[in-house]
Design a binder for this molecule. Structure first.
Ligand SMILES: Nc1nc2c(c(=O)[nH]1)N[C@H]1C(S)=C(S)[C@@H](COP(=O)(O)O)O[C@H]1N2
Ligand SMILES: [Mo]
Length: 409
């Protein structure tokens, strides 16, 4: 947490945008209603063209026309989703490792609190991955029944490179042994809820996956991790929804069972068995699964929905990814409502967790045309033609075939 002195120093050093953001932050803390239409006024350093849904905690989406031209999504453009704000985090400035503490607790031989600066001395790794909110594309479910939550389009995601230390490396270096009864690790941030009676944000993840590939991330895209994205230390689990990548990491608890925290049980889960759109559903550990592994997905980046185009050969392009557990076999495109599908050219990615770009050139004839895309992987997983079959009240984990409508003349 920024001390008052840090904050004063910080305001002196940075321009009026940061000052404006700090004022908004203060107004939020005193309970004032904050409205802003500009992401840069809310989070110092963000691009003003981002879409702001909620400037109270931060729900900010990247328009596809800004997302599509970068291999790694720049921090200025990356979406933001806070459930609660960590004081001083509404900026792209890096967090301060000095004085930052992380507790390792629960079913371990010797529980400990470490200084985050110790992490810098351990072996560092880099991992490119898709960071996607499990609510991304939620608005698509409204074709059946409008779900609760902000109407994210396809831009609550980005493709970034996190750098840091593997959880496994940390445990080995400190000689911490996790008991065999431990099956989950619960990650908690240093952020706390606005309201005293509200649940704090935390999530549990399967321990086996966490030991295999989770990181305590200190960097993003080669730079110190910005505060807005969880700096100075973020728990990062490649292949999982961003929701599980707990920002401002403060504690890891090794446990035999899944957390009973409201955000982990009452939210961020999908029904195990399909439910009819519009039904009520109250999630429990038994009847639902957490938003862990990302479902297979593809998104059209060009042309954009609603674009006007001349008839003739047209390049159609986009990205596709899954949970990183199997190769993508193909991404296909249809311009005839799914009767026939054309294979696209898939560009290899540097990591199984990163998104892959694809493209294909197809002739478009005059009139209103719909372009659809779908991905499939080596485990036979594919995107349903009608994604609303996975309807759930909060619109999580959309993985239906993507489509854009264009006007060809
Ligand atoms: N500590 C903490 N971590 C958090 C959250 C939060 O509110 N607090 N929000 C989660 C959700 S729902 C998402 S989608 C991602 C968003 O990551 P970003 O803001 O870096 O894009 O952070 C996750 N980690
Ligand atoms: Mo999220």
């Amino acid at each position: 947490m920024m001390s008052p002195i840090d904050r004063r120093e910080f305001l002196k050093q940075s321009g009026s945008l940061a000052a404006a953001a700090a004022i908004l932050d203060v107004r939020r803390l005193v309970g004032g209603d904050v409205t802003t239409s500009n992401a840069a006024e809310f989070i110092a350093g963000k691009d003003r063209r981002l879409i702001v849904y909620n400037a109270k905690v931060g729900e900010i989406e990247t328009p596809l026309e800004l997302l599509r031209d970068h291999r790694l999504t720049p921090k200025e453009l990356l979406f933001v989703r806070n459930n609660q704000v960590f004081p001083g985090s509404l900026t792209l400035k890096p967090g301060n490792l000095a004085g930052w503490k992380i507790e390792l607790a629960g079913l371990v031989n010797s529980p400990r609190t470490i200084n985050a600066s110790e992490l810098e001395r351990l072996e560092q790794v880099e991992q490119e991955l898709v960071l996607q909110c499990s609510g991304n594309s939620r608005s698509r479910f409204a074709r059946a029944v409008k779900p609760d939550g902000v109407p994210w389009q396809n831009g609550a995601m980005g493709n970034v490179r996190f750098g840091g230390v593997r959880l496994r490396t940390v445990l080995d270096a400190l000689d911490i042994r996790v008991a065999s009864e431990a099956k989950f690790v619960a990650a908690e941030g240093h952020d706390t809820p606005d309201k005293p009676d509200a649940a704090d944000f935390e999530h549990s993840l399967p321990l086996a996956d966490a030991l295999d590939r989770s990181l305590l991330a200190l960097r993003m895209n080669g730079e110190p991790l910005p505060l807005a994205h969880g700096g100075p230390v973020r728990f990062v689990m490649p292949g999982y929804y961003a929701t599980m990548n707990v920002k401002w990491l403060g504690r890891l608890r090794f446990e035999a069972t899944e957390s009973t925290n409201h955000h982990h049980v009452g939210r961020y889960r999908t029904p195990r068995k399909p439910i009819p759109p519009g039904s009520k559903f109250s999630s429990t550990i038994e009847n639902s699964e957490p938003n862990w592994d990302m479902r297979i997905k593809s998104v059209v980046f060009a042309p954009l929905d609603g674009q006007k185009l001349p008839a003739g050969p047209t390049e159609i392009r986009g990205v596709a990814w899954n949970d990183g557990q199997a190769k993508l076999n193909a991404v296909e495109v249809s311009t005839d409502d799914g009767r026939t599908w054309q294979r696209t050219q898939l560009v290899a990615a540097s990591s199984p967790f990163a998104w892959q770009h694809w493209k294909v050139t197809l002739p478009l004839t005059r009139g209103q045309q719909t372009i659809q895309c779908r991905a499939m992987d080596a485990l036979g997983r594919k995107q349903p033609l009608d994604g609303t079959t996975d309807w759930n009240p909060a619109g999580y984990a959309w993985s239906g075939v993507d489509s854009v409508r264009v006007e060809v003349s």
